[in-house]
Design a protein around this ligand. Structure first.
Ligand code: 2M8
Length: 725
């Protein structure tokens, strides 16, 4: 792990330790001094990487306060911390309900049910899974009871969509979406119970919190619930705020997937959980989709209509896998626009909670604009689920850099990144840990060679054998091959998402044709290529295709590291010579420079392949050469006529991805290992910084690099060798 990540993981763990009360974790030291429902889920996910027993305790403590009807309360109050928050047990008066848990102090509403997801992660990451089994067996019926409660009490039309009846239940308290149903509540001050807000005592600027008008309505609703003695049928009859929220329902839907897998692990039937997941997924798809907005919106049950306000919550069906591929594509276009900070937009942290182009957007006000780590964490997974890896990567970049640059805050300014709300915020710390462990840690594990591939690959492998060349015109082979590679790109490479559809490519006629054409290479003389651009395009395309060809032919599953010395051993016969991927990269494209991992230059003094070397080296090739891994360039086809622009685009993409993180506040730049390995090609430190400066879109980062180029510290990010599938 890079040192800076190790330092910040340490800080994050320290925050969680400081916020630990002995039984659970406070969301924040003073603003939120009790246990919160979904916060604990996120915290357990973070802790699951390094402290199984605390992660388990976090969840157990929360479920100890579950109501007898299955409801899991939004807040479990810590009796020792009373007096600093509003509303507290005296205001909730939950003992009016026969379902309230005896001996526990709780609020009378719930929150998004993230817990089955957390429980599954605890199990998956535990070093001794057998020991976690008894926890799974104990918690499973409680998770089921929670989901049953939601489908029984909160889904009046039995349609698979549950309602929230208070903005606090949604977790996104003052989201602009709630303005509409809340407007329905006419507050008569005299009949509103007296109350005193405590939250403003803990924040520097009240405009960053919900307004007093909002609070009046929050209080009105709590008063209504207690007047109904928390009886759901009575509440439903008169409550002016009943909303089917895409965020809440997507989390429920995704949690059902985890619940089904937990059922299987403990040897019980996953059918109910699977049915729930399917029902909710279809209901989200049909009822919450706003065709004209190309977005999921919340449905107002009182009004009987969608609330036409698009917030980040509308992207959450991606996390649940509940969007159709067509809906996902439309969501992606919406998400990747200036409304929610598009890729490489610069000076805009992705993704803000509300559309930056809307009048009501407020960059510092709580859930009305800022960037929230938990939302982005879920969305990044959703985008990956649908294959939008480049965008997922950009969310990941911000999830990493915001806490490092601006502190472990509750939320962040979408343009400046400034941290707002409480500092030392637990879920920011926990999800930062999760991200670092997920993407920069488990590599050794994943890099292990599979026995099958190893046995297949003890010798060099020449992928083209010269047989089966029927119909190949030897004089035209370069052109034919390039056309075929372009065809593969069009069909199977998703350049926008940065992935290859290996599954379909493998059995396609296009790939068969490509392989036949590679046989023709044996009759091809590469010295007949003229012009630098033609040569660059030919060799870059060939390099990228030999990698894809080898991944498919060798049946690589997880990472090219499954095959030792992959890049040195896979070869094409071209004319009378053999060319490995390394020969193409280091020999031809890098001007016969020694690779960082090897003591010799690829072509010796008398090697005739030296005639093919392309000099001077263009360092941009490093962002065009696809190595089949997540950390390397997204695959494309390079056309000699536009190769210059294409190389610029590839460089821009890479420099603005999570492979380059500029941290002016820490006077550091974190960059991909690629820059360490090929430092010489870029012109060492100076050249690397100039290169980054040229392509970086973040203005503040550029200014910092310019003014601190002599003193700033460079650290290298571990390379992610997992397959770009
Ligand atoms: C915020 O909500 C609480 C009420 O639940 C509050 O403002 O007092 C929200 O951000 C919510 O999502 C979060 O769970 C809670 C504690 O972090 O704070």
């Amino acid at each position: 792990m890079s040192r800076i990540f190790a330092d910040y993981v340490e800080k994050a763990r320290h925050i969680l330790d400081e916020n630990w009360t002995g039984r659970s974790t406070k969301p924040a030291p003073s603003l939120y001094p009790h246990q919160w429902n979904w916060d604990s889920g996120f915290v357990a996910i973070g802790r699951s990487h390094y402290d199984t027993s605390h992660a388990i305790q976090e969840i157990e403590t929360l479920f100890d306060a579950q109501w007898s009807n299955g409801m899991l309360p939004q807040i479990v109050f810590n009796p020792e911390e009373l007096g600093h928050y509003f509303p507290e047990p005296d205001f909730w008066q939950t003992d009016r309900s026969p379902h309230h848990p005896s001996g526990k102090l709780t609020s009378g509403i719930t929150m998004p049910p993230i817990h089955a997801i957390a429980v599954e992660k605890i199990y998956q990451r535990a070093s001794r899974r057998n020991r976690v089994l008894s926890f799974l067996e104990k918690i499973y019926p409680k998770l089921v009871a929670l989901h049953e409660y939601l489908y029984r009490d909160r889904d009046p039309h039995d349609e698979g969509l549950v309602y929230v009846r208070h903005p606090w239940e949604s977790g996104i308290d003052n989201s602009p979406t709630w303005d509409f149903p809340l407007r329905r509540i006419v507050v008569v001050t005299e009949s509103l119970p007296l109350y005193k807000r405590r939250d403003l005592e803990h924040v520097s600027d009240p405009s960053m919190r919900p307004s007093d008008d909002d609070y009046d309505r929050y209080v009105y609703l709590v008063d209504l619930f207690r007047r109904c003695d928390y009886h759901e049928d009575r509440i439903r009859e008169i409550c002016p705020f009943l909303v089917q929220d895409p965020l809440f329902n997507s989390i429920l839907c995704r949690a059902n997937e985890s619940l089904a897998r937990i059922a299987e692990i403990i040897g019980t039937s996953p059918v109910t959980a699977r049915d729930w997941a399917q029902k909710t997924s279809q209901a989200i798809q049909k009822k919450l989709w706003h065709e004209k907005h190309s977005m999921f919106d919340a449905y107002d049950l009182v009004e009987g209509a969608l609330i036409e306000v698009d917030t980040a919550a509308g992207f959450m069906p991606l996390y649940a896998g509940a969007a159709t591929p067509e809906q996902a594509e439309q969501l992606y276009q919406h998400l990747n626009s200036c409304s929610f900070c598009s890729l490489h937009q610069g000076n805009c942290f992705t993704i803000p909670n509300y559309d930056t182009q809307k009048e009501g957007f407020d960059r510092s006000n709580y859930w009305r604009g800022p960037v929230w780590i938990n939302i982005n964490w879920m969305l990044a997974q959703g985008l990956r689920r649908y294959g939008y890896t480049l965008k997922a990567d950009s969310l990941q970049k911000d999830l990493l850099q915001l806490p490092i640059r601006f502190g472990f805050h509750e939320y962040f300014d979408s343009f400046e990144g400034t941290g707002y709300g409480s500092d030392n915020f637990s879920w920011t710390a926990a999800l930062f840990i999760d991200l670092v462990y997920e993407f920069y840690e488990g590599e050794q594990e994943k890099g292990r060679m599979t026995g099958y591939v190893k046995s297949l690959f003890s010798e060099d492998l020449i992928l083209n054998n010269g047989n089966d060349t029927i119909g190949i015109d030897p004089d035209n082979i370069a052109g034919e091959l390039m056309r075929s590679i372009r065809g593969l790109r069009n069909q199977f490479y998703d350049t926008e998402r940065g992935i290859v559809d290996y599954e379909h490519l493998k059995n396609s006629s296009e790939f068969r044709t490509y392989r036949i054409l590679t046989n023709g290479l044996i009759k091809f003389n590469p010295s007949c290529l003229t012009g630098r651009k033609e040569k660059l395009a030919f060799w870059i395309n060939l390099y990228n295709s030999i990698v894809v060809d080898a991944i498919v032919t060798l049946g690589i599953k997880q990472s090219v590291r499954e095959v030792p010395e992959f890049f040195r051993k896979v070869r094409y016969a071209i004319g009378p010579y053999l060319f490995s991927a390394d020969d193409i990269e280091h020999g031809i494209l890098r001007g016969n420079l020694r690779p960082w991992f090897y003591p010799f230059k690829p072509f010796g003094v008398r090697d005739p392949r030296r005639d093919l070397i392309i000099t001077p080296v263009d360092p941009r090739i490093h962002f065009a050469l696809v190595c089949g891994s997540r950390s390397c360039a997204p695959i494309n086809y390079y056309d000699h006529a536009s190769i210059n622009n294409q190389l610029d685009e590839a460089s821009e993409s890479f420099i603005n991805s999570s492979e380059v993180i500029v941290l002016p506040e820490a006077e550091k730049v974190l960059i991909s290992d690629i820059f360490r390995w090929y430092s010489e090609d870029f012109g060492r430190r100076r050249g690397i910084l100039d290169f980054i400066f040229d392509y970086l879109s973040d203005e503040k980062g550029r200014r910092f690099i310019r003014s601190h180029s002599g003193t700033l510290q460079i650290e290298y990010l571990q390379y992610d060798w997992n397959l770009n599938r």
